[in-house]
Design a protein around this ligand. Structure first.
Ligand SMILES: [Zn+2]
Length: 223
């Protein structure tokens, strides 16, 4: 039924102990940082270049809204105690299951009810439903999580947290200076400039809003 706002379209096999996976814990930590007033309750996805398999998360009780991007797929990895119910304007409500894959027409108003944060694999948007591709790609994403592949799914760049062995680094491109979150080893190997705390010079975990052009707001974990 492709005319429903929400539909269960299949299941994927998840790595064991997914709740403790580094990328899942990052998503949980990042969603806790969201300030309702500024950020809303959902960790955004980056999907300007077509469907990408990534992680996303939301805080409890997302108010009814429509994103208006197309058809998106999500597979819950972590659901809080008591469950999570996604409701839509057309009453095609679903009680989410870990490892289930759901297709959402996000033009139709939808919201959620639960007692805590939900973390999902996400893929989209598609201009039209493509269940078989989405299922295969999301299984491939789960498999990359299982082996912690370098290109394993992760929350979109603005929501990442600097982990052990990682840093923000920048390099000059034809169209300006770009900064990325990457492994310290790789940044050194590629001769990139590692972002430093403006107070003490340690690795920065919080960047100036205008980094890499401005570094005075860069801060390390201690500052
Ligand atoms: Zn510092």
């Amino acid at each position: 039924m492709t005319d429903l706002a929400i539909a269960a379209v299949g299941t994927i096999k998840l790595p064991p102990d997914i709740r403790r996976h580094r990328r899942v814990r990052e998503a949980l930590a990042s969603v806790k940082r969201l300030t309702d007033f500024i950020d809303g309750r959902v960790l955004g996805t980056s999907n300007d270049d077509g469907p990408v398999t990534q992680l996303y998360a939301w805080k409890k009780n997302v108010q009814p809204h429509a994103d208006r991007t197309g058809f998106v797929y999500f597979a819950p990895l972590v659901i809080p105690r008591g469950g999570s119910l996604v409701c839509a304007e057309d009453a095609s409500d679903v009680l989410l299951k870990v490892g289930g894959v759901y297709r959402l027409n996000d033009f139709i108003t939808h919201g959620t009810y639960e007692n805590g944060s939900v973390v999902c694999l996400f893929r989209g948007p598609y201009p039209a439903p493509n269940d078989s591709e989405a299922l295969a790609e999301m299984q491939a994403g789960a498999d990359r999580l299982a082996v912690a592949a370098p290109d394993q799914p992760r929350v979109s760049p603005g929501f990442r947290i600097v982990g052990r062995g990682e840093c923000y680094a920048s390099e000059l491109h034809e169209d300006g200076r770009h900064s990325v979150l990457m492994s310290i080893a790789q940044a050194k190997r590629e001769g990139m400039e590692i972002a430093r705390c403006a107070h003490c010079g340690r690795r920065a975990v919080d960047l100036d809003h205008h980094y890499p052009w401005e570094q005075s707001g860069n801060r390390c974990e201690r500052h």
